[in-house]
Design a protein around this ligand. Sequence first.
Ligand SMILES: NC(=O)c1ccc[n+]([C@@H]2O[C@H](COP(=O)([O-])OP(=O)(O)OC[C@H]3O[C@@H](n4cnc5c(N)ncnc54)[C@H](OP(=O)(O)O)[C@@H]3O)[C@@H](O)[C@H]2O)c1
Length: 340
Amino acid sequence: MSQEIRAFVVRKQDGEVSHQVELVSEQDLGQGDVLIRVHWSSLNYKDALAAKGHPGIVRRFPHVPGIDAAGTVVESQYERLRPGQQVLITGYELGGGHWGGWAQRVRVPHQWVVPLPQGLSLRESMILGTAGFTAALALQKLLDWGVQPEQGPVLVTGASGGVGSLAVALLAQQGFAVSAVTGKPQAQEFLHQLGAQEVLPRQVLQAPGDKPLLSGRWAAAVDTLGGEPLGVIVRSLKPQGAVAACGLVAGVEVPLGVYPFILRGVGLLGVDSAGCPYTVRLQLWSRLAGSWKPRGLEQIAQRELTLDQLSQAVEEILSGGVQGRVLVRLQDESGPEADK
Ligand SMILES: NC(=O)c1ccc[n+]([C@@H]2O[C@H](COP(=O)([O-])OP(=O)(O)OC[C@H]3O[C@@H](n4cnc5c(N)ncnc54)[C@H](OP(=O)(O)O)[C@@H]3O)[C@@H](O)[C@H]2O)c1
């Protein structure tokens, strides 16, 4: 029998987008052969865009955001996933074309479901979430490119945010000297504690004119900003350096010529965590649960919110005001469906 569950629902009526926590029927969760009771989700920049009904993310209304979910299997038509098993999901269509993790349950295709790797709790898997997985994918891309700690400092932008803080932690733990760029002067101590060697203000990414090449300063970078700062980063890479491009909070157009590529051999490496192939996904989650597991994970989890508290956090993350990761706690959500 179909149950009612609590969910953060985004609606559009007469051109106006609104959101509120509602009771919805489990039947409305969408297609899939695995039903999961969500214990934890998280807040990502993309979730905030979805909560605002961003047309690049939300295809149909009503919508439930949440690109991350971790919990236990309730029902499964797929024999390798059994009821009670602990699992996590990040990306694919979750929270985009498909109702996401800001609900007590999700129903998804088994191809999206990652068994929780040994070494991580459900909560820890969501402190990492898409942000940690993206940082791990960026690190893997830089390692595959051949970047090594002795080649010089690695820049991380948007460093106090979700992807940024986890990139700082992962890189520092691998022995890289991390230069963290932040717009939050108050995040200095946080970033040093995560392992950043230096903390720089955002102004370092303002281009001094339109020179095609700037002095080679960084061996590599993990960039969450895009836009003009990404152009400055590519022009400031040392020869044979590379930048893993993850985000767009500063813009989508990158003013950039071809010189850094043909005179310094630098690499512009794209990072797409949502579409990452399943086998790579399993490898990276296993690393994140093992030797790559950030030592300061608890420090990065700055807040735990319920569905009812998310509205304000959506505004905060869109204005660049969130530090570290925000967890969404669903396991204590009360409602007619009392989770046992
Ligand atoms: N490619 C992928 O697979 C993937 C996966 C996850 C996220 N992303 C993208 O990565 C970006 C970061 O996501 P997130 O979830 O980590 O968001 P987040 O937690 O909000 O972090 C973004 C950080 O960027 C900085 N920032 C915000 N607005 C800025 C602006 N206008 N100019 C310069 N810096 C600004 C802020 O850090 P400081 O104050 O420290 O500067 C902010 O905390 C987003 O664009 C997101 O869509 C991509």
